[in-house]
Design a protein around this ligand. Structure first.
Ligand code: IVH
Length: 664
């Protein structure tokens, strides 16, 4: 009875996973889904005797970490021959025509730019997921792969072979990549250069719970085994789709070279509208018998070839390298380039990321360098035109040893790529950076910009955020560009900042790794700065989504006497150092499980106020409309793109009054 109930819940949840992640056509709301998941979780906890490693509850990832085991591939994971020219495709086609000496079909597919994976299924169950590794053996990452909702743990239907492997690409969709990097930027962590690195980095995470939080996806393109359903690659993939795999529906059978060139021409443009990164197309001979006849070279199959799209690249001169010191002391090298046009924009600077990258490129000042803007956000230097070097080669670029701003020797923590300036309390850009962060809109929302911070710092008035509250109108009038009116305005803005809720004050302190979201979590778990100060490592990591790294950073912040004094002074000036009674009293779960997107302008409350209300009532505020959106709270002038997407996805649009009614 109970067992049947558990099974029914599992089946139903898996069906909804499939609808959502494979078909992109959910039939229930997230709220209902979460409710069902919770019910299953509770039943499983109460009845461990009915445990099942394939239960949808396991997809959220357990916290167990372990080193990956190495597994030898049953069929080696080969790579493909690469070409960049249509001539070579013609050669491939002619070669195949000659070798086979009979008619053949070519299947054209997109080449997905992620990290490859090989899954083994036995009796319809996922038993193992292995990375490519060196092609012969790879890492067993089954626990991580199980967190990808579009990967079937159990197959649908019955017509699948008893045992087979399926290969595909694990991808981090652009939207997730952007979100992840934004979050990392906020926390001053190094950014992922492209979705491929982000996907492979994520898959190597030892903690499946982190993997689960990153929303990877997986597309499949290759079936291997003894008893495959069909004699054609294309037909096999169609069958695999019915078993529940995400098989791209853009694959096409081509009967001629012209068909192939048309496919390339179309996707070279259209790929920019896909949710995931692609870097070319793959051509495969369809018939498995013909594939066997053509065979393999030592590295790759003779029956397939990859055509890579040309990344947009330019050549220009490296004029100099500068080193920037961020708010938390991270030193970032930046290449200053002779301006050059690349993919429609003028590029003057490129990120060099870290010391290892500089060393790897063997850069010299004055070098002609190649700049690319592939999937990258910031253009990057991919190589040096060594031939263009003259006898008078410029100086070799070396990572600096001391802070360019304060002269303190830099440190590079073991295992990290970045260098830091450890002089937190004396290094000007770190001091100014912390104040700039403190006053930003999302923190204290004090009406001054970086230039004013600079002036106040230079004049000796402000050395930390608490000093702002001792400023007087007379002080300001002694500075350039200040008049009575603007000085009064700043006083007013400072006064108003004393009403800013605790979570934003906490965010404003600029504790490393404590971004907006983490600050909210900490505030709602501990309620006051005193409680947070006294929290132990165990207390901190017990909070949802607070890991060891964040916990250590909080502990280290409060272990510093200077920081405790700063917090005390801020408290004395009247800043909110605890969640208000009102906030505590007004909390509800009325919007629990609902994801709401805010769009347009409003008359009754500001956008930020609506955002706060959503969170206060247990809902989730999201920036973009997706299949997960439950409601759009729409004001005047809602963007047409959002409107169109909402209509397409059938997301309900509500106005201010309807929203406020929901909270009644
Ligand atoms: S077929 C033996 N099809 O590109 C042929 N590969 O250099 C096995 N890739 O390692 C690969 N999209 O990671 C194939 N539609 C596609 C692909 C694809 C991306 C990757 C894959 C492979 C590499 C080949």
């Amino acid at each position: 009875m109970l067992k049947a109930k558990i099974k029914a819940l599992r089946d139903e949840l898996e069906q909804h996973n499939y609808n959502y992640y494979v078909l992109s056509a959910p039939t229930i709301s997230d709220f209902e889904f979460d409710k069902m998941m919770k019910e299953l979780q509770e039943l499983e906890e109460a009845h461990p005797e009915f445990a099942d490693p394939d239960s949808p509850t396991r997809r959220v990832g357990s916290d167990l970490s372990k080193e990956f085991e190495q597994v030898v591939h049953k069929y080696p994971m080969l790579s493909l021959g690469n070409t960049y020219s249509e001539d070579e495709i013609r050669d491939f086609y002619d070669r195949t025509t000659r070798s086979l000496n009979e008619p053949f079909e070519i299947v054209a597919e997109l080449k997905y730019d992620g990290t490859s994976i090989s899954l083994t299924y036995e009796k319809g169950r996922l038993v193992r997921a292995v990375t490519r590794g060196d092609g012969t053996r790879g890492d067993d990452v089954t626990a991580n792969i199980k967190t990808i909702r579009s990967v079937p743990l159990r197959l649908r239907g019955t017509d699948f072979p008893e045992e087979f492997e399926i290969r595909g690409e694990v991808l981090l969709p652009w939207a997730e990549f952007d979100r992840l990097n934004k979050e990392r930027e906020e926390q001053e962590e190094s950014l992922f250069a492209n979705p491929r690195n982000a996907a492979s980095g994520t898959l190597k995470q030892q903690n499946p719970a982190i993997v689960a939080s990153r929303k990877l996806d997986a597309y499949f393109y290759y079936l291997l085994g003894e008893n495959l359903p069909a004699e054609g690659h294309y037909e096999n993939l169609q069958a695999a789709r019915t078993w529940g795999f995400k098989i791209p529906d853009v694959i096409r059978k081509c009967q001629s070279l012209q068909d192939i060139f048309d496919y390339i021409a179309y996707w070279d443009v259209e790929r920019k509208n896909l949710p995931v990164a692609t870097d070319g197309i793959v051509l495969k001979v369809n018939s498995l018998r013909q594939q066997r006849n053509l065979g393999f070279t030592s590295k790759s199959p003779r029956w397939a070839i990859a055509y890579k799209f040309q990344a947009e690249r330019a050549e220009t001169r490296l004029n100099s390298v500068s080193f920037q010191v961020g708010r938390t002391g991270t030193v970032t090298p930046v290449a200053n380039l002779e301006p050059v046009l690349l993919a429609g924009t003028v590029v003057k600077r490129a990120s060099l990321h870290n010391a290892d990258i500089i060393e790897g490129l063997d850069l010299h000042i004055g070098d002609q360098v190649y700049v690319e803007k592939g999937g990258e956000i910031i253009p990057k230097i991919v190589g040096v035109n060594v031939e263009a070097r003259s006898m008078l080669m410029g100086d070799k670029v070396r990572f600096i040893r001391v802070c360019p701003e304060c002269g303190t020797p830099l440190v590079r923590p073991e295992g990290e790529a970045a260098h830091y300036c450890p002089n937190e309390s004396g290094c000007p850009p770190q001091i100014k950076g912390r104040i700039e962060h403190f006053v930003t809109r999302k923190a204290m929302n004090i009406n001054i910009g970086p230039e004013t911070v600079e002036d106040l710092y230079n004049a000796g008035y402000v050395k930390n955020s608490a000093d702002l509250y001792t400023l007087t109108v007379a002080d300001l009038l002694r500075l350039e560009r200040w008049a009575e009116k603007s000085a009064q305005n700043l006083m007013l803005s400072l006064e108003e900042s004393k009403q800013v809720p605790f979570e934003r004050v906490l965010f404003g302190l600029g504790i490393r790794f404590v971004g907006e979201t983490v600050a909210k979590r900490l505030a709602s778990a501990f309620h006051s700065i005193e409680a947070l100060e006294q929290a132990s490592l165990e207390d901190l990591v017990a909070v949802d989504e607070i890991g060891e790294r964040i916990a250590q950073s909080v502990l280290s912040y409060f272990s510093d006497e200077k920081n405790r004094m700063l917090v005390n002074r801020l408290k004395e000036h009247g800043l909110r150092m605890a969640v208000s009674e009102e906030q505590l009293a007004n909390r509800s779960e009325k919007l629990k499980g609902l994801t709401i997107v805010i769009s347009g302008t409003f008359s009754k409350h500001s956008r930020d106020e609506y955002k706060a209300m959503i969170e206060q009532h247990g809902g989730k505020n999201s920036g973009s409309v997706s299949g997960k959106t439950d409601y759009i709270l729409a004001g005047e002038n809602m963007g047409p793109a959002k409107l169109e997407k909402a209509a397409k996805l059938g997301v309900k649009i509500i106005n201010e009054d309807e929203f406020l009614n929901m909270l009644e």
